[in-house]
Write a protein that binds this ligand. Structure first.
Ligand code: PMV
Length: 312
């Protein structure tokens, strides 16, 4: 690798608009990238191959590579090197991320995707989205246990997706751009635990849970139609219904419910939790006239961080 300008690779955060949890059971889900929040991997020449994860203060080097198969960063680096039949390059890859971890914004998949791209660059290759996506999925299994694959897909392709397990990826077309406020409860929550609890519920009472999952699937399909035809108010109503269904799946929390109510009381067109739930983030649909009031209401209701994004 040349020792001139440092190379870097980045990947975005994501939010799930509809269908989380039900997507694990084969129902469709909708997700969009959040371009303003990113994970970055900076590549610089060094004596030996090293990955530095600045946010967590971790630094691991080449000799650990063989042993740390359960470590997500090392697994990603190794999968990418193996994909190209390449030896570890003499570089330090420094990882930084603006995406809060364990909060439903896809931080793990974004870091993996940026790292995979950086490792490819460091061995003089570029990795296509179709090549990178299964490698990131493989690493997601360390974080999630049984991931549906939606996080890695929306993050690697960096485009709105209509996602169903074991179906070709479909790009979601959005007729009219709309505003979303993403608000963080400030409470970290592991998706793996919430997904496991829904599984326990499903196994114990399939007769009650299966129709909830199917109804979420219908909501996601209706939301796709609303997005394709620019019916923003319908979209808001569907977000509200999706949140109620997620409450029944036990993946909301008092903190999430408080933010969802505050957003609705401030005239958001709709609001729901996003991602694994129990903590992490919620989303509220706003227009120019409600944006500021909803943002203020969310902060007053205890949101740790509030971010506006225009989905288009
Ligand atoms: O918490 P997140 O943003 O990683 O979202 C997980 C989405 C789930 O549907 C709950 C799990 C999955 O693998 O799809």
């Amino acid at each position: 690798m040349s020792s001139t300008a440092p190379l870097k690779a980045t990947s975005p955060a994501k939010v799930i608009l509809f269908g989380e949890h039900a997507v694990v059971y084969g129902q469709p889900a909708l997700a969009v990238p959040v371009a303003s929040l990113r994970a970055t991997a900076l590549i610089e020449p060094s004596e030996q191959f090293r990955i530095l994860a600045v946010d967590t203060g971790r630094s691991v080097s080449l000799d650990a590579l063989a042993e740390m198969v359960d470590d997500a960063l090392w697994r990603m680096a190794k999968l990418t090197l193996d994909f190209f039949h390449a030896e570890p390059p003499k570089v330090t890859i420094t990882l930084t991320s603006q995406i809060p971890p364990a909060s439903g914004l896809g931080s793990g998949a974004a870091v993996s995707a940026a790292l995979g791209r950086a490792v490819a660059l460091a061995v003089g290759k570029t990795i296509s989205q179709d090549e990178l996506n299964p490698l990131v999925y493989e690493v997601e299994r360390i974080y999630h246990g049984t991931p549906s694959g939606i996080d890695n897909t929306v993050i690697v392709y960096e485009q709105p997706v209509f996602f169903m397990r074991e179906h070709p990826i479909e790009r979601l077309s959005i007729k009219a751009p709309f505003g979303l406020i993403i608000a963080d409860t400030g409470k970290a929550s592991l998706t793996k635990v919430a997904v496991g609890d829904v599984r326990t519920l499903y196994d114990a009472d399939r007769v009650r849970i299966q129709p909830l999952l199917e109804r979420i699937g219908q909501v996601s399909r209706a939301a796709r139609t609303a997005l394709e035809s620019g019916e923003i108010e319908t979209l808001g109503r569907l977000m509200n219904e999706n949140h109620e269904l997620l409450q029944q799946l036990t993946v909301s929390s008092p903190e999430l419910d408080a933010l969802v109510s505050a957003a609705r009381d401030a005239d958001a067109l709709g609001a729901k939790l996003s991602g694994g739930g129990r903590g992490g983030n919620m989303i509220a649909l706003v227009d120019e006239t409600t944006r500021q009031a909803v943002q203020d209401a969310l902060i007053k209701a205890g949101a740790a961080r509030v971010l506006f994004t225009l989905v288009q």
